[in-house]
Design a protein around this ligand. Structure first.
Ligand SMILES: Cc1ncc(C[n+]2csc(CCOP(=O)(O)OP(=O)(O)O)c2C)c(N)n1
Ligand SMILES: [Mg+2]
Length: 280
């Protein structure tokens, strides 16, 4: 991104814009994984407006950092970030989830510019990221591979095979971001299949590990910087504790489920509540 553009608009405002776009897309369909999008918006804002090297006008630019969405059901969140980053044109927001749209409700690489992999089946992103990071190293590229995954994916064995592989191959160009919202389809992740103590597990697997509040922008930015600049030849992981529905208190307070229910008349209310908290 153009550094001047970055400075003109604060990261807090970028995150707010991403939240707003997610809710607007949810309103188009009357449904969508908006709770997840609201929770991960700060991480996405820091990714696209602080950390990632990319060209909005050329999403396949060879020199780009790769951002993999391992969690296909979070597509609405990534679309909001890609719209905000102008990889996707603003008008496409209105097409979310409709026939022939480039923004299907689950992430499809062949449909959407900036969507590096097809998602849906959980637990595959990190393995693909390991392969991409190895491939980039073989090409002497200085690009990073970021893999955004969920806490639910920590219950997949393939995640841990990939974690071992990343450390074995000393992939210092690989940064895994875990959206730890402590939710999955069957309830809280810690009660479904606990992965705690999670930071110690990743450390034991040989990764440079940080655990932060993923809704604290300063903490997110600092963690990205430390991950990129770490001087040891090991892969990096940032465990981000996030809150589903962050930024819309009446949804935050609702009994949270994997698929948060927003009634027909509540989309407008959600947008109004968001408007009240609009940052400069
Ligand atoms: C391999 C696989 N198993 C099961 C599912 C069904 N599934 C879709 S989303 C989801 C929840 C997974 O947890 P997480 O990604 O943490 O969910 P969230 O935080 O969005 O609630 C499940 C089990 C799937 N998509 N892929
Ligand atoms: Mg989860």
């Amino acid at each position: 991104m153009n550094p001047e553009t970055n400075q003109q608009i604060s990261l807090a405002r970028r995150a707010w814009n991403i939240r707003r776009k997610s809710v607007l897309m949810g309103a188009v369909q009357g449904q969508g994984y908006v709770g997840q999008a609201l929770g991960v918006s700060d991480v996405l804002a820091a990714s696209y407006f602080h950390a990632l090297k990319f060209r909005p006008e050329d999403p396949e630019w060879e020199g780009r950092d790769r951002f993999l969405l391992s969690i296909g059901h979070y597509a609405i969140a990534l679309y909001a970030a890609l719209l905000e980053a102008e990889v996707l044109p603003e008008y496409e927001l209105e097409t979310y989830g409709t026939d022939n749209s480039r923004l299907p409700m689950s992430g499809m690489a062949s449909y959407t510019p900036g969507m590096e992999i097809t998602g849906g089946s959980l637990g595959h992103g990190l393995g693909i990221a390991v392969g991409m990071a190895l491939g980039l190293k073989a090409k002497h590229s200085d690009s990073f591979v970021y893999n955004l995954m969920s806490d639910g994916e920590l219950g997949e064995g393939s995640t841990w095979e990939a974690a071992m592989s990343g450390a074995h191959h000393k992939l210092d160009n690989l940064i895994c971001i875990i959206d730890f919202n402590n939710q999955q389809a069957d309830g809280p992740s810690t009660e479904t299949l606990s992965s705690e103590p999670l930071d110690k597990k990743w450390e034991a697997f040989g990764w440079f590990t940080q655990r932060i509040d993923g809704n604290d922008m300063d903490a997110v930015v600092e963690a990205f910087d430390k991950a990129r600049n770490h001087d040891q030849p090991v892969p990096r992981v940032i465990i981000c504790n996030t809150k589903m529905c962050k930024g819309i208190p009446f949804l935050e307070e609702r009994e949270i489920t994997h698929f948060v229910r927003v009634e027909a008349d509540e989309w407008e209310k959600a947008l109004n509540v968001l408007e009240e908290g609009k940052p400069a």
